[in-house]
Design a protein around this ligand. Structure first.
Ligand code: AHR
Length: 518
């Protein structure tokens, strides 16, 4: 576990110029870092789904059954473990029946949450399942408990999962999919304390229990070990009252309902409504945003402590199913489309959050960055037929080896850097062994001005070499654009064996990930 000693804050800078020693304690492995913490979120919002994923069967943009090929290829490289869909706030106004059947017969409806635009319903249940099949991912469905009914959601799950020849199964077959689908994760509502119906915890609980009871997964392959996991609406940021109420109910639960996860929504906004720019900012805003994102660690600890009281066995996962940076919309972009650029700052922010989730891997077993394409802190931006990969995408790609790896604690004392009256740790690092036993180390140098030399102690291990990648760029606000899509891309890390130790040169404002050969 990283330690940020108070003493280090007082050390003269000359001492900090020595290589920072990082000890990797491989003899004390921690929890498995669930691959689901690298989950994505695709809401019907702006061009996240329409254009970002779905271009339709008549598009000139290369596609497979209406789903764009460039986006699928890029996402396959991330090994996306799960995709949360169809919202967000949209989920509580989504009626699945409007999104099945022949495309030409699907009704146009409205998307009042997000710009009041037309929802064509051409990307519905089968298109979503096709999409996650194409990218090699799994479904995390968010059901409508706001404006929907228990019966509507129960029918949706029967339609999707039953292998028996019911009327709904026959309808699914007629729509092109005779075999039952697998639905591994079910979100019971979204932000029910706000856009999902402004419910009190008690009102939510009485609703949630009904959905938990009656919205069944009938897939024969999902009845035991592989059972569908139900995720209850959890707190907004630091609202511990909500966590208390749901976890207390969980502890005293009756056999007839269950939950396996409690969601947490915590964006990095600095102040609401989002006013910070996603482009054209300086080192002060860089530090303000990173300071704000590090609050995630406190939130995770706070909610985990409550969950530990009611669920000491840690059966219920803390599911951070909306996280990421939320900035002011790009000038000129439509209202309600949540369009923002994605800079080197976001890459650093992503690495810091992933490290927090990994440090709490015993409780945080799922997370979904908001959102996958063209919305908020996206992996991918598209403009008609063009597509680019964001700095955040590159971090997710560099962290692929951490999916289902075993956490390895590290200790170090790298001091802090100051920006005005903001003081931040200079370094963040974790380590993990992947499933094949290889040791991986991600190191983030938060300092926007100083290169850091790091040296790694590996008690009990004789390292033979190391190799990896570093993501950095000329400025904290460097971005990839359609004209210059490779401004922020990973390059070979300056990491090597030196005097029997692994040494890394971490450039200012960078994320490095490397593996060690033993
Ligand atoms: O991600 C955008 C919105 O943020 C989601 O729809 C909602 O759940 C949250 O408030």
């Amino acid at each position: 576990m990283a330690r940020f000693s108070g003493l280090a804050l007082l050390l003269p800078l000359s001492l900090l110029a020595q290589p920072v020693q990082i000890t990797i304690n491989t003899a004390q492995p921690g929890s498995k870092i669930d691959r689901n913490i690298f989950g994505q979120f695709a809401e019907h919002l702006g061009t996240g789904v329409y254009e970002g994923i779905w271009v339709g069967p008549d598009s000139k943009i290369p596609h497979t059954r209406g789903i764009r090929n460039d986006v699928v290829a890029a996402l396959r490289a991330l090994r996306v473990p799960n995709v949360r869909w169809p919202g967000g706030c949209f989920a509580d106004e989504y009626h699945w029946r409007k999104g099945i059947g022949p495309l030409a017969q699907r009704p146009a409806t409205l998307n009042p949450n997000w710009g009041g635009v037309i929802e064509p319903n051409t990307f519905g249940t089968h298109e979503f399942m096709d999409f996650i099949g194409q990218i090699g991912s799994r479904a995390y469905l968010s059901i409508n408990i706001g404006s929907g009914t228990v019966a509507e959601s129960a029918d949706w799950l029967e339609y999707l999962t039953t292998a028996q020849p019911t009327a709904l199964a026959k309808e699914r077959a007629a729509n092109g999919h005779p075999a039952p689908y697998e639905i591994p994760y079910l979100g019971i509502g979204n932000e029910s304390w706000d856009c999902g119906g402004n419910m009190t915890p008690d009102f939510y609980l009485s609703q949630m229990k009904m959905y938990s009871r009656f919205v069944r997964n009938f897939n024969p392959a999902q009845q035991k070990e592989n059972e569908m996991l139900k995720i209850a609406v959890g707190p907004n940021e630091s609202n511990t009252e909500w966590t208390e109420a749901i976890m207390k109910a969980y502890q005293g639960r009756h056999w007839s309902w269950d939950m396996h996860g409690l969601s947490l929504h915590a964006y990095t906004v600095v102040k609401w409504p989002p006013a910070f720019a996603s482009v054209g900012f300086g080192e002060t805003e860089y530090a303000q945003v990173l300071k704000s994102t590090l609050v995630m660690e406190e939130l995770v600890k706070k909610h985990s402590a409550i969950m530990d009281r009611y669920d000491p066995q840690k059966r219920v996962a803390l599911v951070v199913d909306e996280w990421g940076a939320w900035y002011a919309k790009l000038p000129g972009s439509p209202e309600g489309f949540l369009v923002q650029q994605n800079s080197l700052r976001d890459a650093v922010l992503a690495a810091l959050n992933i490290n927090i989730f990994a440090r709490h891997a015993d409780r945080v077993r799922m997370a979904n960055i908001a959102q996958m394409i063209n919305v908020l802190q996206a992996m991918i931006l598209t403009e008609k037929e063009k597509m680019l990969l964001t700095p955040t995408y590159h971090v997710f790609r560099m962290y692929v080896p951490f999916q289902d790896a075993t956490f390895v604690p590290v200790s170090f004392d790298a001091g802090s850097y100051a920006q005005g009256d903001i003081r931040l740790p200079r370094v963040d690092a974790i380590a993990a062994r992947d499933k094949a036993g290889k040791l991986w180390v991600p190191v983030t140098n938060l300092d926007p001005a100083k290169r850091l030399d790091l040296s790694f102690n590996l008690p009990g291990i004789s390292a033979k070499g190391a190799a990896g990648e570093t993501l950095t760029a000329p400025k904290v606000d460097s971005v990839n654009t359609f004209a210059a899509p490779e401004t922020v891309v990973p390059r070979a890390a300056n990491v090597r064996l030196q005097g029997g130790q692994i040494a890394l040169q971490a450039p200012p404002k960078s994320v490095s990930v490397f593996s060690i050969t033993e």
